[in-house]
Design a protein around this ligand. Structure first.
Ligand code: CMP
Length: 225
């Protein structure tokens, strides 16, 4: 990972901090204070920003690009726990409980990040209850997402899991259609739902043949919900 903190204007950090939901409870002065202690990092596609098991010393705020949170076993098999987008953060778990990193985080495309040290995050949370509350709310939201994932692994077959994943990734387009804009491979989908790539390919083909989805280039249009 390339460290680019020196020479980068603080006003850019301030601008970025303004748009981060975690920090929405901070006023301008507090954001300004925080901008003095944030570093900046850049990670290229495929680069590990955080490795599972490492000592946790910083929180990362993603302000451009996207990153995968994943875990893998000794044979290199991977499970993708989440995909994080601009405005989201990671690395808070190790800072809260002092344990090693719970998962690896890998840049899915070039990522620009702000970095806040453990001490600065703790100070910020201590001084601003709104930040601590927001952090708890976001953690609860992630826990709900993890509960849903456990539920679908236990109760849904691969067909149901693919359908749920597609709905979760979809958004309503301006023309009222439900679409998935993000380009996603069958392998990646398989890693997100704990299935084989072959099985996911079969289910996607089946959904397409049955008229539930269709591809327009890289965009998937969901026709029936
Ligand atoms: P930490 O354990 O310090 O390092 C890995 C990070 O991945 C972790 O903090 C969280 O920020 C993030 N992470 C782990 N599990 C999930 C999840 N299920 N959803 C979103 N982010 C996660």
């Amino acid at each position: 990972m390339t460290s680019v903190a020196p020479g980068v204007t603080r006003s850019l950090s301030l601008l970025v901090l303004h748009g981060v939901p975690l920090l929405s409870g901070l006023d301008r002065d507090e954001l300004e204070k925080l901008s003095h202690v944030t570093g900046r990092r850049r990670a290229e596609r495929g680069e590990f920003i955080v490795r599972a098991g490492d000592v946790a010393d910083s929180l990362f705020i993603l302000f451009s690009g996207s990153a995968k949170v994943l875990n893998s076993d000794d044979e290199g098999r991977e499970v993708i726990l989440a995909v994080l987008k601009a405005g989201e953060f990671f690395g808070e778990m190790g800072l809260i409980d002092g344990s090693p990193r719970s998962a690896s985080v890998v840049a899915q495309e070039t990522c620009e990040l702000l970095v806040i040290s453990r001490d600065d995050l703790h100070r910020c949370m201590q001084d601003n209850f709104q930040v601590a509350l927001k952090l708890m709310q976001i953690l609860v939201h992630r826990l709900r997402g993890a509960d849903e994932k456990i539920e679908s692994l236990a109760l849904l077959d691969v067909y149901g899991r693919v359908a749920r994943l597609m709905l979760d990734m979809s958004e309503l387009a301006d023309d009222g259609r439900r679409i998935i804009k993000r380009k996603i491979s069958k392998q990646e989908m398989a890693r997100m739902i704990g299935a084989s790539r072959e099985m996911v390919s079969k289910v996607v083909r089946n959904l397409e043949n049955s008229g539930y989805i269709h591809y327009e280039g890289d965009v998937i249009v969901i026709l029936g919900e």
